[in-house]
Structure formats: C-alpha cells, structure tokens
Design a protein around this ligand. Structure first.
Ligand code: GTR
Length: 436
C-alpha cells in the first residue's frame, strides 16, 4: 500500500489545549490525518500466530514461545534492548517522615545509586504511604515530568536539582527548578485521594534517568553502557530514551523488594503520554508490575501505528529522534512493514490487568487507535483464561468498559484528571481484591 498517499490536509480541530500541556515542541504539521475515512486499509500481525506460521492454541505455547518472540520484536524494531539490573545498584534512604501531609502520610525519599557510585547516575524516589496501614500496602508508581516536588506542594519534598526544560510559568528557570515549581503538576497527582483509598504512591522525575532531548543520554543512564561510550553511536537495536525510562521503573521495583511497607505483588504502574508509552514498555518487559495503565499514550504507546491517524511513526521519529531505537526509523511512512503493532505490546502485559485511557480532544494520540489496540489484544487475554475487554465497539465518552483490559475515553483534553484516577483506583481495587 502506498502510505505516501495518506497525507491529507489538516482538518479543523483545536489542539491548543494539547499544546499547552506538552512540555516541548510537537509541531502538528499540515498533512496530519484526522479523517477516519482516510485511514488506510491494513492488516494487523496476529499475536497468536507463531513466527513459524503455526497458530498458538494454548497458554503454555504463548508463555514459552510466542510471548518471547513478540518481546524480541519490540526490542529489535521499536524500543531497543535494555540491560538488566546493575550488579552494584544501591539504595540510600534520604529521609523518612512518619507524619507528613498533616499526619495522614509517611513520606520517604530514597536515592537509587544506579551504578553504586554516589557520583554516578542516580534517581530520587519519592514515596507516600498511608499512615494507617495494617501490613504492606499496594501502591501506584509513575514517572513525573517536572520533578518530584511538582506533584504536591508539600515543603518536605526535596527540590529536584536536575536538568529541566525551561518553563517560566511552571517555575523552571535556566534549566533548574525553583521553589515556584513546587506543586506545579499537583492536579495530575491526587495524593490525598490515593492514600485515603489505602494505596501508596511512588514517583521519580523521568529526567533523573535521562533528560528528554536528543543529546540527553550524555547526562543519563545510557551514558554508562558500552554502546554509548562510542559517542552515541548506538547499535540499531540499542535502547532509546523510552527504554531507559522504562528501565528506571524496574529499578524502583528493585527498591520495593527491599521495603516491607510496600506490597511488591500489588504495584500498579501508570504513565501519561510519553510516560504512558514508557509504562506500557516497562510493564511488557517486567512481569513484576501487577497492573499497567496507559493514560493518553498515543503513537508509540497504545495507538496502532498502521492507522496513520494523528501522530505518525515518521513524525514521532523526527520530533523525538532519541525515544526509540534506530531501527524504528525504518518504518517511517512504512508502517505496513513493521512485524508488530501496538496491540501486541498490550498483549505482552497479559494475563495481568491493563488499562488504556483516551481523551476525546486528544486526537493527536488517536483515541480510536488506542481502543483498537486494546480490542486486538483481547484474544490473547481470552487464550490465557481472562475476560479481556468484553466489548467489540468503542464505548461512548465517559463510559468505561472492560474486565481485565479496561478502557475509557473521557471528555476533555490530553491530561491526567480526577476522572482518570477514579477509574484507575477502582480498577486496582477490583484486581488487587480490595473490594469496597
Ligand atoms: C508530544 C508527542 C506525543 C506525546 C506528548 C507528551 O509532543 O508528540 O507522542 O508523547 O508529547 O508526552 O506529552
């Protein structure tokens, strides 16, 4: 199919709201397709057909053979290969306050020394736990965009000293956070609500793992691995920034294994937008994540590449050349050649619960493409004895659906809202057996 034929004039949709929340330039060029009738015809690769052409008809074959095959496809063609846990990884407790947030919470701040070297790469983990807890608590984990101190105005959170994208309005001046940035993203992190529901919350600034710009790897974890030492001459299937951020999330799980106040078997991983892509990739690789939540993750996340609707593979690889592995660029305007699509990423989470959420005004992220990924992952869930999505049609706005695969499209823009959180909390209640 000639995908070049899929360039169409921009249809009239207002994206100012989307742009307002996006921290860096994401030009939405003329020619972006927002017309459903102009989505090309495509055939998705079947997650339940083995590389040798035979069908997968039982759970054991999925687990032993097909799942590893698909994981490898994503490593080779999209996100690249990541290393494992570093031998010298160490955690140091910076502070514990047993009476934070007016006595409602325990606040812990932990430094993860990623190579064991106090002068080497590190990430700072902020953790809130409900004060009243009988035994280890389930917890949500998510990377944040603007520093741990941005999620709440709590003056006890250590102000990030790391590189930040300048944003005067959000209190980031000369690439540094100032006191004015405290709580700047608090609308996305309803900490008190999460605690009141009996969950802990852990977060890390994604820039601790790798600052988000093309040369950012030089200041992050990728700089200490051999491929990068050749001055950024990454192999075609080496990890990109999304791989690095996902790797950092697994290191938080390594920390949880050492903390008796957190139930490491009940961790819900959540991410928004580029960090939603990251959550899906982290959850696909690391089966210790109990639930995986993609909030408005779009292209390179939940949205199907082949739909060529909103942001495309070519667009994302051009705007963000550092996010994916080099091989992913082979699929610019060439999505049909991909041996995978994003429904297979969701299938890699199976049989664990996964939630995909879209926003009506977030057409750049292709809500329908996000829903169709969830739908096309459903056969894998059913093979594994789970109910999956349970519907065949995209639901109306503000009408969540699904059982082991959850999905909603809410009214409003590209963002994380209380509405989203309410459904993630209920989804976690159901799957972590915390029926109310
Ligand atoms: C945009 C990008 C999207 C999404 C978003 C975000 O610029 O085109 O893929 O990741 O950023 O992370 O906010």
């Amino acid at each position: 199919m000639n995908l070049a034929a899929c360039h169409f004039p921009l249809f009239v949709i207002t994206f100012s709201a989307l742009l307002a929340t996006v921290p860096i330039a994401n030009a939405q060029p003329a020619g972006t397709n927002y017309d459903e009738s102009k989505v090309p015809k495509f055939t998705l690769p079947d997650p339940l057909i083995l590389a040798n052409g035979k069908p997968v008809t039982d759970a054991a074959t999925w687990t032993s053979t097909r799942r590893p095959e698909i994981l490898k496809l994503f490593q080779s063609h999209e996100y690249g290969k990541s290393p494992g846990r570093p031998a010298n990884l160490r955690f140091e407790t910076r502070s514990v306050d047993n009476s934070a947030l007016e006595g409602k919470a325990v606040r812990k701040q932990i430094s993860a020394l990623l190579t064991g070297d106090p002068n080497g790469p590190r990430m700072e983990i902020l953790i809130y736990l409900p004060k009243q807890a009988n035994g280890p608590v389930p917890a949500f984990l998510g990377l944040n965009f603007s520093g741990n101190h941005s999620i709440h105005s709590d003056p006890g959170i250590r102000l990030s000293t790391r590189w930040m994208r300048p944003n005067a309005e959000a209190g980031i001046v000369n690439n540094q956070a100032t006191e004015a940035s405290r709580g700047s993203s608090s609308s996305r992190w309803p900490v008190e609500k999460i605690l009141a529901r009996g969950y802990g919350l852990a977060t890390v600034y994604y820039g601790d793992i790798e600052p988000d710009f093309a040369e950012g790897w030089k200041m992050g974890i990728r700089s200490v691995y051999p491929s990068a030492k050749q001055d950024g001459d990454f192999a075609a299937d080496d990890w990109g920034a999304i791989g690095a951020w996902a790797w950092g999330l697994s290191r938080v799980l390594d920390y949880f294994e050492t903390d008796t106040r957190i139930d490491q078997n009940r961790i819900a991983l959540l991410g928004h937008s580029r960090l939603g892509k990251t959550s899906l990739w982290a959850g696909a690789q690391d089966e210790r994540f109990g639930i995986v939540i993609s909030n408005n993750s779009g292209c390179g996340g939940a949205a199907l590449n082949r739909r060529h609707f909103g942001e495309t593979v070519q667009r994302i690889n051009t705007s963000f050349p550092h996010w994916f592995c080099q091989n992913f660029k082979l699929y610019n305007e060439n999505e049909d050649a991909l041996p995978l699509d994003q429904h297979m990423l969701i299938a890699l989470v199976a049989p664990r619960p996964v939630y995909v959420a879209s926003a009506e005004e977030d057409q750049w992220a292709d809500p329908r493409g996000e829903f169709l990924s969830a739908l096309n992952a459903d056969p894998v869930y059913r093979l594994l004895g789970k109910e999956g999505l349970g519907v065949g049609e995209m639901p109306r706005v503000n009408t969540p659906v699904g059982t082991t695969i959850g999905y909603h499209i809410r009214t409003g823009k590209h963002d994380v809202t209380d509405y989203d959180w309410d459904h993630y909390l209920s989804f976690a209640d159901r799957h972590f057996e915390r029926a109310k």
